[in-house]
Design a protein around this ligand. Structure first.
Ligand SMILES: [Zn+2]
Length: 113
């Protein structure tokens, strides 16, 4: 996937573990996520109705199905968030200096600082 940013930069999403991409789960769906993992994965696994491999796959599916994607342009800091209609919404950071790495993992920041 490629996103043409308003600043002219092209945000390229073709690999995993990107420091400028995130997965957003709305707070209204946060506990639904927990409950789904409990009800659809952990309980069936403990009760022997689901094997380990299926549990791995299903838990990933549950986490993914409720999340929407978000990307940040590394050049200008704009955020592109998937809306409810799957169209991208652009958000422009305010103030200087703004954080161009809001989606980078904390662990990577510690490792590289
Ligand atoms: Zn940009």
């Amino acid at each position: 996937m490629k996103i043409g940013c308003h600043c002219g930069e092209v945000i390229v999403d073709q690999t995993d573990n990107l420091p400028f991409k995130g997965h957003l789960i709305p707070d209204q769906e946060w506990f639904t996520n927990y409950d789904s993992i409990d009800d659809e994965v952990i309980d069936p696994l403990v009760e022997g109705r689901l094997d380990k491999k299926a549990a791995y796959r299903l838990s990933r599916l549950i986490i993914s199905r409720l999340s929407r994607l978000v990307w940040q342009c590394p050049a200008c800091g704009r955020l592109y968030v998937e809306g409810l209609d799957n169209q991208l919404r652009c958000f422009l950071p305010e103030g200087e200096p703004f954080d161009r790495e809001v989606l980078r993992s904390r662990q990577n920041q510690i490792a590289h600082d």
